[in-house]
Write a protein that binds this ligand. Structure first.
Ligand SMILES: NC(=O)c1ccc[n+]([C@@H]2O[C@H](COP(=O)([O-])OP(=O)(O)OC[C@H]3O[C@@H](n4cnc5c(N)ncnc54)[C@H](O)[C@@H]3O)[C@@H](O)[C@H]2O)c1
Length: 221
């Protein structure tokens, strides 16, 4: 298993945890918004394990809940560089490898914001819709080559994600959280990891091109 992160402390913690649980884990410091880093991630993974079967595009940051009228260029660019370019770099680097090996599985971390209109700022909503679009595009075009591409669309999950945002846009935050009283509970990391495992495994071999909402029914209302 290869773990990548640009935060060395988080990277080391995860690798140590996996090793302590008996898994073979390699940590590679990667900034997913840097194409060379992502190419190196695939190269080092192949070098260490011979081949790659599964890519999870998970890294992402928030957009400070900036509503359309309040979008700052720096925030927009950061969100696009990491959440959009990062996913594209991952797809572009892994697909030739999957084709060479007869197939592979991709799990992209979208968001319920990628399936609905008003649950995030403008940049985050746009970018997560794009992740859903890229997921379906790859499934549609490479499905015949035995590559499956699916996305998870989580609602509110208890992680360090809120810490990626500063100077929250009050108007955007208020608008985006209008219906949060309808969320039965915050999701856990395990809630989402279990879905990633399912989508990455052969248990889901007939599922390709979906973005699976994981929000305890929040967006069903
Ligand atoms: N937490 C939620 O409520 C929620 C809801 C929907 C979707 N998501 C999505 O889930 C994914 C994971 O987020 P999380 O909630 O675990 O947040 P998190 O901040 O706890 O974890 C994100 C991880 O990505 C890493 N990262 C950020 N930018 C990176 C970069 N450029 N290169 C490499 N690593 C980078 C961070 O260091 C961190 O370890 C994101 O794509 C996020 O948009 C989260």
């Amino acid at each position: 298993m290869v773990i990548v992160d640009f935060n060395e402390t988080a990277l080391k913690e995860t690798v140590d945890e996996l090793k302590a649980a008996g898994y073979e884990a390699l940590g590679v410091k990667v900034d997913v918004s840097n194409n060379d880093d992502v190419v190196r991630m695939v190269d080092e993974s192949v070098k260490a394990f011979g081949k790659v079967d599964i890519l999870v595009n998970n890294a992402g940051v928030g957009d400070n809940m900036q509503a359309a009228a309040n979008v700052e260029d720096a925030t927009w660019n950061r969100v696009m560089n990491i959440n959009l370019n990062g996913v594209m770099y991952g797809l572009r680097a892994i697909i030739p490898h999957f084709l060479e090996n007869g197939g592979g599985t991709i799990v992209n971390m979208a968001s319920i914001t990628g399936l609905t209109g008003g649950r995030g700022g403008l940049a985050y909503t746009a970018v997560k819709h794009a992740v859903v679009g890229m997921t379906k595009n790859v499934a549609s075009q490479y499905g015949p080559q035995n590559i499956r591409s699916n996305a998870i669309a989580p609602g509110n999950i208890d992680t360090g994600f809120a810490g990626t945002m500063t100077n929250i846009d009050e108007f955007g935050m208020k608008a985006a959280t209008r219906a949060t009283n309808l969320i039965p509970r915050a999701g856990t990391v395990d809630d989402i990891a279990n879905i990633a495992l399912f989508l990455a495994s052969d248990e889901s071999s007939y599922i390709n091109g979906v973005a699976l909402a994981a929000d305890a029914g929040w967006s069903a209302y």
